[in-house]
Design a protein around this ligand. Structure first.
Ligand code: FO1
Length: 338
């Protein structure tokens, strides 16, 4: 029996994407485009069948407001208001308030809070203070624009990532990432409180009801890793009737976006399409993946990955624009035979 949703008379698959920030956003735009083409309808009408579970491991409190960088990247990108040059924040943003915060010595001098972006953080923080959960806040924020997708945080718990260094000290992930540009060698990543966290409402249900779960080509350690570390999500992936298809974040032996290789090295995983596939593991071998999309540049690894018990498909992985992201999404859906 097909669990696909009927939209405008056409059956479109129920898709769940596990995503981090920039790579996750580009991939989500491609999935939305692929689904709306299939539905032959305006993108918002396919929203019922498309859920993005977003990493909240890089969230933080700063200057009294709650920041959710990956959630906001997805929200802004799907709304079409993101800064595509920088890869984070709002297009055309200004920094008046940020300059004032710096004059007060508040916040972090290396971390920019745009004026429009601050509006988001103030709205979020106000609603959190009024007692809404992060997923209720995101649901409210998602009503502002026709996103064509349902965004769910991975959890409502605060599980902000700490980077542990060789000397035993640790710092918030955002300090390590934006101030030190990942130049301090990490020995581990910690998410205090994650063992007691629960998946946000709707996450497990969406995975269980999906036709396909796609693991975006996001950072496997600090973007997808926290999602998989929320107790209950890995089990949901292992038991769903949906195909679980991952997209390699490594192209030609290099990470697409800088610094993910530092994260992989810290957890003892080589920067290769094969090693990341092995890190996620084959579902048939107590891992997660039924299939893995690798780049044409890594085609020679296909046989090795197949030997892990993961069906391996070679496809163009570069997401340069909406058409190339949609083509990648189509390849992922076709891999799941949808
Ligand atoms: N990244 C930077 O490199 N520099 C910044 O000043 C910066 C500010 C910032 C503010 C809000 C926000 O949501 C994201 C921001 N980012 C900034 C991006 C962010 O640090 C990371 O790229 C992601 O967390 C990694 O996914």
């Amino acid at each position: 029996m097909s669990r696909s949703a009927a939209v405008g008379g056409a059956a479109i698959p129920r898709v769940v994407v596990l995503a981090g920030g920039v790579g996750g956003s580009r991939f989500a735009l491609g999935v939305r485009e692929a689904l709306s083409r299939r539905a032959g309808a305006a993108a918002p009408e396919s929203a019922a069948s498309f859920t993005v579970v977003v990493n909240t491991g890089d969230d933080l409190w700063l200057s009294g407001v709650r920041l959710q960088p990956d959630v906001d990247s997805l929200l802004y990108a799907l709304a079409g208001v993101n800064d595509t040059e920088r890869g984070w924040g709002r297009a055309g943003d200004t920094e008046r308030v940020n300059r004032e915060l710096q004059a007060w010595g508040a916040g972090w001098p290396w971390f920019t809070l745009g004026d429009l972006d601050l509006g988001t953080h103030l709205a979020r923080t106000g609603w959190l203070r009024e007692g809404l959960t992060p997923s209720q806040v995101l649901e409210r924020m998602s009503r502002r624009w026709p996103l064509g997708a349902r965004l769910l945080p991975m959890t409502d718990a605060e599980v902000d990532t700490q980077v542990v260094l060789g000397d035993g000290t640790s710092m918030h992930f955002q300090e390590w990432w934006t101030r030190h540009r990942a130049a301090l060698t990490p020995v581990w990543f910690e998410a205090p409180g994650i063992a007691a966290a629960r998946p946000a409402p709707g996450v497990v249900e969406a995975i269980a009801a999906a036709d396909v779960v796609l693991i975006a080509p996001s950072n496997p350690v600090v973007s997808v890793g926290p999602i998989l570390a929320v107790p209950g999500i890995r089990d949901a992936l292992r038991t769903t009737g949906a195909a679980v298809v991952g997209v390699s974040p490594v192209i030609g032996g290099r990470v697409v976006r800088g610094m993910a290789d530092v994260c992989l090295t810290a957890i003892g995983v080589e920067t290769s399409a094969t090693a990341v596939a092995a890190h996620y593991g084959a579902r048939s071998e107590a891992g997660l993946l039924d299939a893995w999309l690798i780049a044409e540049e890594d085609a020679e690894s296909a046989a090795d990955i197949s030997r892990l018990g993961i069906r391996t498909v070679v496809a163009p992985l570069w997401m340069r624009d909406i058409p190339s992201s949609a083509a990648l999404a189509e390849a992922a859906l076709a891999t799941a035979q949808l």
